[in-house]
Design a protein around this ligand. Sequence first.
Ligand SMILES: Cc1cc2nc3c(=O)[nH]c(=O)nc-3n(C[C@H](O)[C@H](O)[C@H](O)COP(=O)(O)OP(=O)(O)OC[C@H]3O[C@@H](n4cnc5c(N)ncnc54)[C@H](O)[C@@H]3O)c2cc1C
Length: 388
Amino acid sequence: MQTDVIIIGAGASGLMCAMEAGKRGRSVLVLDHSPKPARKILVSGGGRCNFSNRIMGPEHFISQNPDFVTSALSRFTPSDFLSLLESHGIQYHEREEGQLFCNRSSSEIVDMLRSECDRAAVRFQLNCRVSEISKTDGFRIETDQGIFKSQSLVVATGGLSYPQLGAGNFGYLAAKQFGMKVTKLRPALTPIKFSPGDARVFGCLAGVSIHSTVSQGSTSFKGNLLFTHTGVSGPAILQISSYWDRKSGLSVDLLPGVDIYSVFIEKRRSKTLLSTILDQYLPKRFVKLWCDLHGAPKPINQYTTHEIASIAGSLHAWPLRAEGAEGFNKAEVTLGGVDTIDLSSRTMESKKAPGLYFVGEVIDVTGRLGGYNLHWAWASGHAAGQFV
Ligand SMILES: Cc1cc2nc3c(=O)[nH]c(=O)nc-3n(C[C@H](O)[C@H](O)[C@H](O)COP(=O)(O)OP(=O)(O)OC[C@H]3O[C@@H](n4cnc5c(N)ncnc54)[C@H](O)[C@@H]3O)c2cc1C
């Protein structure tokens, strides 16, 4: 079967690319090995889909070439996506730091993309396993549902995270097949595991959440830190995991914005228990464990100034002895990907194989937490959709 454009991957970037190419009158076929399209959109943002962010710029992305995103982001902005939602009557809201979420459900976004694709006469072949791709005049794609041919081929197969939702290494192998480079791949936006010793000590805090600042060197993120049975998670941890080199230590300020040393000194002459003071700032379960680890809580007037300074210091710079990060099974995204040096930032077309395009997470562009990864999928899919 001959078609203008074949897109492998019916996820966020593939669907956006398909509807844009279809609107231009191109005949488009989308292949996916999963039984349903866009399964990651459905689970994103806890089912409410943090689909974009009002505050958008290259500084919110990690890539060997941070400027690569500029062109696509400037041609498909958060407002463009909001206009699309509004034209489908989908309600949304803004949370802290510009994060945009659906009011109701992520499924509304999938339905919207499907209906835009239907309107643009895009065809789908789901449950379709691709065994081989090759290029002569055009592209030839061999699958378990037959052989398909196209002028343009778009690889929109996403990253390695959440293999249970259809992720795999197809896109990286395709890039290498056509002589393109792939940068080092590793899990990002992922929980961090404690060392075995700390897991035994802090595992009992599973479910406790503390507003913190987590730092490695000069990089730091503020947000909730959530204790789990095996380590820590929550927005601040997920964010730092993308930057953490796995060798250096992480430092956590458990009381950002509070000068706990001054608070202690103010109450210096009182008989108030240290734990009673801390209970006003930190969850009780955490305070109890912390005080047990630092000797039974005494009245504050029984601590020396040196001890007070040391306790305050350890609350503002708690050394997180992490053993490692969780793997691709629990990571929201993949850091690294198809090297941008081999791609046009305007069209997403390969410089090594004309007619071959890469969009979305498969590229070496990783967004921070907050709607940036989906926005990159929309923007890169939109960019390629104008040219395929
Ligand atoms: C739990 C979770 C929550 C997330 N929440 C958010 C969020 O709230 N906001 C945000 O911005 N980002 C979020 N992300 C990240 C975001 O979902 C992805 O970055 C985004 O979906 C990437 O889009 P994509 O089109 O590149 O890939 P995907 O959406 O992953 O789509 C890839 C498609 O390719 C198909 N495919 C893969 N290999 C093959 C093959 N060999 N043959 C055929 N088809 C293939 C897959 O089945 C899939 O349908 C979340 C991710 C996870 C895992």
